[in-house]
Design a protein around this ligand. Structure first.
Ligand code: CO
Ligand code: ZN
Length: 327
């Protein structure tokens, strides 16, 4: 599992540019799915048929990043955000563009650090002129955090655990499934970070009877953190609410009872800010009962997102029990 997460987090794939990560995921699931299709927006839909209701499982394969908006005469790039990127996170960081181009973030002289915003920052790719810079990158090219994944005890620290860890969980579930009680539609969605866009079209297409999104969620367990009853290493989090959804009691209860049957610890999650693909899925067509299984994660949307490997393994076990256990 460690190795799979490590591999997935190294692959480039900001929102709208998911081709490389899509190919990687298809390569991983090909031997295990009944059918794999890629829809018009680029979502990967893998099926594993079973006798029961249509269950959609979703994890997003895109990641946050930055997009080049302008190149100045001296070759410095100006940029905007793709998804939730804080300027404070970018100070001192490296950025990776396609074709092996890399750079670093810099900022203008500012009096008060609190006044920092993305428009006062730039990317230096070591070019001496506009022409030289444009040989390496173009307007609209997307950069992502420098790739680095490390294991620290039971924890894994990496860029893009949001939501490659969810993708890894779904891949592992698919690999281990034998006789599902549901008709499984596993969807690796695009463009979650810019507004749950891939989830919207794929849910319409799949038309599920019920759905579960797998994604990261914040924790309240670091010094003077915002109060939240989720901690790293205390088991999978079963979402009750975030700003995109009130999870359907039926799906929430199914997740809880699967955890209980397996004797797995779990935590109930109320996330005050943020959302997941579930926000779009549950509003598809005439509505889809939807829940979320979350991986407790510290420092979300930074290059050093931290999650617990035992929590991750338990997410896999819980989902397998939900899908093929005896109710
Ligand atoms: Co995110
Ligand atoms: Zn996410």
């Amino acid at each position: 599992m460690k190795e799979l997460i490590k591999e997935l987090t190294q692959v480039y794939g900001p929102s709208g540019n998911e081709e490389e990560i899509r190919n990687k995921i298809i390569e991983e699931i090909k031997p295990y799915a009944d059918y794999i299709t890629v829809d018009n927006l680029g979502n990967v839909i893998a099926t594993k048929s079973g006798p029961g209701a249509k269950l959609m499982l979703a994890a997003h394969m895109d990641e946050i990043g930055v997009i080049v908006t302008n190149v100045d005469e001296k070759g410095f790039l100006r940029f905007s955000n793709i998804g939730g990127v804080s300027p404070f996170t970018l100070i001192g960081q490296r950025v990776t563009f396609p074709k092996g181009v890399s750079g670093v973030f810099g900022m203008e002289k500012i009096e008060q650090i609190k006044d920092l915003n993305l428009s006062k920052m730039f990317i230096d790719i070591g070019a001496a002129s506009k022409e030289e810079a444009l040989e390496k990158v173009n307007i609209g090219d997307m950069g992502v955090y420098n790739r680095q994944c490390t294991i620290l005890g039971d924890n894994i620290i990496s860029n893009s655990l949001d939501d490659r860890v969810g993708c890894a969980i779904l891949i592992k579930v698919l690999k281990e499934l034998k006789a599902p009680n549901y008709n499984i539609f596993m969807v690796f969605t695009v463009q979650e970070e810019v507004g749950l866009r891939g989830a919207k079209t794929s849910a319409y297409e799949v038309e599920p009877d019920l759905a579960i999104a797998v994604d990261v969620t914040a924790t309240g367990d670091t010094p003077k953190a915002h109060k939240m009853a989720v901690e790293l290493g205390k088991g999978p989090a079963i979402k009750v609410k975030d700003s995109s959804i009130l999870c359907h009691p039926k799906v929430k209860e199914a997740l809880i009872s699967a955890a209980k049957r397996k004797g797995l610890p779990y935590q109930l999650e109320v996330l005050e800010r943020g959302g997941t693909d579930a926000g779009a899925i549950h509003l598809s067509r005439s509505g889809v009962p939807t829940g979320v299984l979350s991986v407790p994660t510290r420092y979300i949307h930074t290059p050093v997102e931290m999650a617990n490997l035992k929590d991750i393994d338990m997410c896999v076990k819980l989902l397998i029990e939900l899908i093929q256990g005896r109710q």
